[in-house]
Design a binder for this molecule. Structure first.
Ligand code: GTP
Ligand code: NA
Ligand code: MG
Length: 299
């Protein structure tokens, strides 16, 4: 846009890696909370979103992803919507199938990787072996003359967390991330569900602009008028800006993870866009005999 005001924004960082290599534990440690212990069976079922405020005053938006093989589509989506991938590799287990898959998603999405070698507290930890494995997979690590930072950490013992934060902030400074804060919001959905009392809820990460309560939005094929915006602590907020994760209440239906959020000027426009998109989804279903997992609309 001509005359648009671009301001620095926080990085959106997606944590990826093989199942049980400690992604959620690492985020917990960074937030000093305890989500992993509360998860059913300790398996991340969906893409969590959090903001971590650093001691420096900077903040980072983190997306967690599941490492289980069944969640490949979520990892692909995670890589596509992020600024930086933190690749978590357990120092005792080394490079595993979903480690490789995460590398390939990050490469495909052209997103820089910061490696966190986790579980370095374990007696059988072998970080050097992990580094060698990563180099054989084509990652240009810093200590081998490349530009990929590697940090040795222990999520459970709280070792190396400051270094990891520094590495992420350094990487994000290099990228000089900026976004337009004025004008209508653009965002993308990371997860959506129905709440019995509150109806359809979408968790979205803001890309640019400002999202406000009362905005008419089209999200994938769904539409609505925003009744409430909440931050990830559940606090109601009036507006949200770039890189913030928010929960949006007021949609008429449940969108798909990966859907874009766009603001339109009227209910009429929102309904029309939604109806057009729904008929395209229906057409897809008839042709492919299945529901689309995500849809890109060119309307
Ligand atoms: P998925 O979401 O299921 O892919 O797993 P995850 O990568 O989020 O791993 P999670 O944080 O659930 O941790 C898996 C197990 O590893 C748990 O039992 C953790 O306590 C343990 N763990 C995580 N980090 C560390 C660490 O730094 N050291 C040790 N010793 N154990 C760890
Ligand atoms: Na786990
Ligand atoms: Mg997890």
């Amino acid at each position: 846009d001509e005359g648009a005001i671009l301001l620095p924004r926080s990085p959106v960082v997606t944590v990826m890696g093989h199942v049980d290599h400690g992604k959620t534990s690492l985020l917990d440690a960074l937030r000093q909370t305890s989500i992993a212990a509360k998860e059913a069976g300790g398996i991340t079922q969906h893409l969590g979103a959090f903001v971590v405020s650093m001691s420096s005053g900077a903040s980072i938006t983190f997306l967690d992803t599941p490492g289980h093989a069944a969640f490949s589509a979520m990892r692909a989506r995670g890589a596509a919507v992020t600024d930086i991938v933190v690749l978590v590799v357990a120092a005792d287990d080394g490079v595993m199938p979903q480690t490789l898959e995460a590398i390939s998603h990050a490469k495909k999405a052209n997103v820089p990787i910061v490696v966190a070698i986790n579980k370095c507290d374990k007696p059988d930890a072998d970080p050097q072996k992990v580094k060698n494995q990563l180099v054989s997979e084509g990652l240009m690590l810093e200590e081998f003359g490349g530009d990929i930072q590697v940090i040795e950490v222990s999520a459970t013992k709280g070792i190396g967390l400051d270094l990891l934060e520094e590495a992420l902030l350094l990487q994000s400074e290099l990228m000089d991330l900026k976004a337009q804060i004025d004008g209508p919001a653009q965002a993308f959905v990371v997860e959506a569900r129905v709440d019995r009392g509150r109806g359809p809820l979408a968790t979205a990460i803001m890309k640019s602009g400002t999202l406000s309560s009362g905005n008419r939005i089209v999200v994938g094929a769904e539409w609505g008028k925003i009744r409430a915006i909440r931050d990830m602590m559940g606090k109601v907020i009036e507006t949200a800006g770039p890189s913030m994760p928010v929960e949006i209440e007021g949609l008429k239906g449940v969108p798909l993870a990966g859907d874009d959020v766009v603001v339109v000027h009227s209910d009429g426009r929102a309904k029309m866009l939604s109806a057009g998109r729904k008929s395209k989804v229906e057409e897809y279903r008839l042709n492919k005999k299945s529901s689309p997992k995500s849809v890109k609309f060119a309307d």
